[in-house]
Design a protein. Structure first.
Length: 141
């Protein structure tokens, strides 16, 4: 039997496919909710504003404070992380470990997250929450 989060993942993967043409995977990732401190330790190795994380593999990690089933912002974070999963499955941005590849992956994920939020007809204040601080950082030579 499919759980509610599994059904939501399938729905969002289909939406991402419709928005950006990323192919649907053979199997969806698992979604695991973890504490914010665990996310920080894994994704940032220091205090940071991480809300979701997808390391290579088949698991998307979300902050346990998010409620993607009942909250549109939490759902958009899941969309962002699912884009990373689809990028992996498609073989996009295979220059693993380079700053340029990371920035391209993030830019695509933020763009699709933004377009998904637009399609949900959310208030402008939610659209403004999509930030792209990585674009201001740039890559060091």
């Amino acid at each position: 039997m499919t759980t509610a989060i599994e059904a939501l993942v399938l729905q969002l993967l289909t939406a991402i496919n419709a928005i950006a043409g990323l192919p649907l995977p053979e199997r969806p990732p698992e979604v695991v909710f973890v504490s914010h401190s665990d996310l920080e330790a894994q994704a940032c190795d220091r205090p940071c504003n991480v809300q979701g994380w997808f390391p290579p593999g088949r698991v998307v990690y979300l902050d346990e404070g998010l409620d993607p089933q009942n909250d549109i912002w939490g759902r958009s974070i899941l969309v962002h992380e699912l884009v990373h999963y689809l990028q992996q499955e498609e073989g996009s941005f295979t220059e693993a470990g380079t700053c340029e590849a990371w920035m391209k992956r993030e830019a695509e994920a933020y763009e699709i997250q933004y377009r998904w939020l637009l399609a949900q007809q959310v208030p402008p204040r939610l659209l403004r929450r999509i930030s792209r601080p990585f674009l201001r950082i740039g890559c060091r030579a």
